[in-house]
Design a protein around this ligand. Structure first.
Ligand code: C5P
Length: 221
């Protein structure tokens, strides 16, 4: 099987995870959720009682945590120091603190290095995040930037998490602001990324569109 790296970036709730997992399955590729890695470090920071705003202490925790991430699109998994934290990293405490932790340059350096190792080892992989096309895998075969209206994004997230829609909308807006205004590798559309507005599209339609793009870019595959 041929090497193929697909970078999927975009703001929170734009449909990255569902689309990336389905695309990975369709391509018989691996799937890497880089957001889960930032969430896992945040989980470790909160567990150790460190202030998420304390960049030095956060960096130390990141360096001392043994992070393992499973790349099966049907069953992605995350462990920190051997503890399965797949559910905990989606909770409100981690979600509230993750943007502060992911803004620390030394944390990003460490996780980006790990992400590149995972991509290299996998060969065929769909990678989702905020800086995949711009920083982590600038030579990806296909770069996609998914967007959706603020309403659609809040609606999807609150349906997923069974949370109140206005609180969800406020949380998404807050994280997007923090993620796009930080100095280190902010959320940014790579110049060569294809932008796709998913507001009015179903998951299957988005996946089909990405497969078309991939076929167009890699003749003979
Ligand atoms: O994708 P998800 O919403 O799980 O990401 C959680 C947080 O992790 C984002 O809000 C962002 O702060 C951070 N993140 C990042 N770079 C990535 C992926 C996620 O900074 N590549």
């Amino acid at each position: 099987t041929r090497r193929c790296v697909v970078a999927v970036d975009g703001p929170s709730g734009s449909g990255k995870s569902t689309v990336s997992r389905r695309l990975a399955t369709a391509l018989d590729a691996r799937y890497l959720d880089t957001g889960a890695m930032y969430r896992a470090v945040t989980w470790a920071v909160l567990r150790s009682g460190v202030d998420p705003q304390d960049a030095e202490a956060v960096t130390k925790v990141a360096g001392e945590t043994d992070l393992k991430i499973g790349v099966d699109p049907e069953a992605p998994s995350v462990t920190a120091d051997g503890i399965a934290i797949d559910r905990d990293i989606r909770g409100p405490e981690v979600t509230a603190a993750v943007s502060a932790v992911s803004a620390v340059p030394a944390v990003r350096e460490q996780l980006v290095a790990l992400q590149r190792e995972i991509i290299e080892a996998a060969g065929r992989i769909v990678v989702e995040g905020r800086d995949i096309g711009s920083v982590v895998a600038p030579d990806a075969d296909l770069k996609v930037y998914l967007t959706a209206s603020a309403e659609a994004r809040a609606h999807r997230r609150s349906a997923e998490n069974a949370t109140d829609i206005s609180a969800t909308a406020a949380d998404l807006a807050r994280r997007d602001r923090l993620d796009s205004t930080r100095t280190a590798d902010p959320l940014r559309q790579a110049p060569d990324a294809v932008e796709l507005d998913t507001t009015a599209l179903g998951v299957a339609e988005v996946v089909a569109r990405l497969q078309e793009l991939l076929a167009g870019r890699r003749p003979g595959q």
